[in-house]
Design a protein around this ligand. Sequence first.
Ligand SMILES: [Zn+2]
Length: 367
Amino acid sequence: MTAEQLAGHLRAFQDAADDHDGNRAVGTAGYRASVDHVVERLRAAGYDPRVQAFTVPYDEDHGDYHDDHHDEETVTERRVTYNVLADTPTGDPDSTVLVGAHLDSVPESPGLNDNGSGAAGVLAVAEALAGTDTRNRVRFAWWGAEEVNLNGADHYVSDLRANDPGAFDDIALYLNLDMIGSPNYGRFVYDGDTSGGGWHDDSVEAPAGSEAIEAALEGYFESVEMAVEEVPIDDGSDHLVFAEAGIPVGGLFTGDTGEKTRQQAARYGGEAGEDYDPCYHSACDDLDNVDLQVLEEMSDATAAVVLGFASSTIDDGARLRPPDGWPRRSALEELDPVLTGLVALGVLVAATAAVAVAVRRRARVRR
Ligand SMILES: [Zn+2]
């Protein structure tokens, strides 16, 4: 794909924000305009996109959205928002390769790196694969309300499990793109085999099969001689919903808050000691805040890996996600001596820790 193609999508998201109060947040006209762009371009590429409406609980008194698990007493209304989904017309639906990005911004920002970059990347991959006969079906997804407790992905998974469990079982893997054009970027691949360490309270145990996605992405970057490093799979984006549902997850990321190290500056260029994205969740996360070169690198990697899994989701002789599931690894316990210690101390202490993690999780800002 080309930088021009990606830049065209970014321009459309910037226009969507500029024409509607400077943002593309859940429930806004800027978000609708973003949906319209994705749908239009998918149709032009020959897809038959589906717009999936769902509602998000809204608290009028505080001007706040909530997730469905929130205390409903303060919720005064429910507002409608949307996911966009599109399938390759060919390919075995029993082994669906799902690749997605959230399409909403936070209300304070036009959200061009977070996550116009990922949304543009998925759209460019869909355009690149249009007309290609694949052995497995590929489903492209743009999630609404990620910035509100991952509501869009959550709705998609809950809806499938309740109304079409067979189709839920058919999802072989989920590949997530959230922030892939950071101006002071690193190249990060989700650590599906938990080999990279760096586990913390927000880390999520990756379901078995996730290591195959990491290996495929790293294999691609090795083949084009580009340096990458692993990033722990945390609870900061839509992949959490799929990981918790037992679906292998992987993804790419180029950094949000957090300072670039000297080692990373030597590896990727850019400024050591500065944030990967100094405009994270701010008004300045606009078109100028996206590095087109790294966005193209990440989108090319996604296209290559999606195409690979579209030919086969068999890894080491086993289907990436067999119906009966692989044994889950207890990697988190192996790697995190603190957590292992807690488990050894007894159920009560472990349960207390779990509650603390759950509370932090709910309070955490989404990427
Ligand atoms: Zn994001």
